[in-house]
Ligand binder design. Structure first.
Ligand SMILES: C[S@@+](CC[C@H](N)C(=O)[O-])C[C@H]1O[C@@H](n2cnc3c(N)ncnc32)[C@H](O)[C@@H]1O
Length: 376
């Protein structure tokens, strides 16, 4: 059924403010009236950004694919210089670079381009370029957003993240490596923001479930001397984790257990367990089962840290609801959940104290800590 469908209920009379704003006459008046002129212009610009956002993203992709920003970090260049060694004419390169200037990725002075503030910042964000590149699959999945919402299409992202359908799908270690690399690069920021909000210095053993190649545990190890580190992830992922712990000189402190939290028992003995960007990959039933398995595994007083980008619930957010909710939709099994929803699930699993530790950058992660206390 579409909005124009005759089966839709007869139009109701909506609230007065949206009806007023939607009226052409009001819009012309608001664009001229001194007190509303600025708001009207800003809203017009915001609307245009929504309409054209997909083009901006593709400009960004072209800039990344042609490696223009790293090239410009070494010094200013003209469009003709940047075009050398690419398939683009100087003219076409100028079109791309001017768009990049308009988007804040570059600056332009006397026909020479330099990295802009955003372009320079991008160079220091681990994993950002890899993330932009892998968006090709997501972009194609979003081509028909209504079909995606109606779950009427197979998605490419589901193929990109094979483990979401179970451990058996992730047996190929080459595939596992592709997604683990992408995760590991971006996990540096997630670990930084998570450890800014929870204090693990007194933990005896931190067990990271679905810990990938171990970037979070390495960050814990680098920050705190005391805790022993334990990583649990699918068998296809752990060979890379072993190598990376060895490289970081942490082999002595880490135990790595291959396995699936769906089918295998969880390793015992940890007083702190972390789930970093794990829950949003999975359906509610899988998450509920995992949380109660973790509850049973923890000793009295033990704690669970959940860290991942979250939806806004009553107050939807651009990153949580505008991006991650659709990303997980395209993965076909998970969903972005609000802190409130996760809290409810933790309470249902038996945890007695659940604390929302908040977020430094909502698009990076949001942290919730839950404690298992003795039953009274
Ligand atoms: C989105 S990645 C997050 C990895 C890492 N925690 C991070 O933030 O970079 C999800 C991880 O969960 C692991 N995973 C998925 N299903 C699993 C299962 N059934 N048992 C154990 N690990 C699983 C994946 O192999 C992957 O490493």
């Amino acid at each position: 059924m579409t909005l124009a469908d005759p089966q839709m209920p007869v139009a109701r009379k909506g609230p007065w403010l949206p009806r007023l704003i939607a009226s052409r006459r009001f819009q012309s008046w608001a664009a001229r009236f001194p007190l509303t002129r600025r708001i009207a212009r800003k809203d017009g610009e915001k609307l245009f950004d929504l309409v054209s956002g997909f083009v901006y993203s593709q400009v960004l992709l072209a800039v990344v694919e042609l490696r223009l920003l790293p090239t410009l970090m070494a010094g200013p260049l003209s469009a003709a210089d940047l075009a050398k060694g690419t398939d683009l004419t100087a003219d076409r390169m100028e079109i791309l670079c001017d768009a990049a200037v308009a988007l804040g990725l570059m600056t332009k002075k006397r026909a020479l381009y330099r990295p802009g503030r955003l372009g320079a910042a991008m160079q220091g964000v681990p994993g950002l370029e890899a993330m932009i590149r892998h968006h090709g699959a997501f972009y194609r999945d979003l081509e028909d957003p209504v079909a995606l919402l109606a779950q009427q299409k197979d998605t490419e992202l589901a193929q990109f993240w094979p483990y979401v359908f179970g451990a058996a799908q992730a047996e190929d270690s080459e595939t596992a490596r592709t997604y683990s690399d992408l995760m590991a690069q971006s996990q540096v920021l997630v670990a930084e923001d998570t450890l800014a909000r929870v204090d693990l210095r007194d933990a005896r053993t931190v067990l990271d479930i679905g810990g990938g190649t171990g970037a979070f545990l390495r960050a814990v190890g680098a920050r705190h001397k005391k805790p022993a580190l334990h990583l649990f992830d699918l068998a296809a992922v752990v060979p890379d984790a072993t190598a990376q712990f060895a490289q970081a000189g942490l082999s002595q402190r880490v135990t790595i257990t291959p396995g699936s939290f769906r089918d295998n028992p969880l390793p015992q003995g940890a007083d702190a367990i972390s789930l970093v960007r794990v829950l949003y990959d999975h359906a509610d039933e899988t998450v509920a089962a995992l949380l109660s398995k973790i509850y049973d595994t923890l000793p009295e007083g033990g704690r669970l840290i959940v860290s991942e980008p979250m939806a806004g619930g009553e107050n939807p957010t651009r990153s949580g609801d505008g991006y991650f909710a659709f990303y997980t939709l395209a993965m076909q099994t998970g969903r972005a959940r609000s802190p409130h929803k996760i809290k409810q699930m933790l309470l249902a699993a038996g945890f007695s104290t659940v604390t929302d530790q908040g977020s430094s950058r909502a698009f990076v992660t949001h942290v919730i800590e839950a404690r298992k206390h003795a039953q009274s």
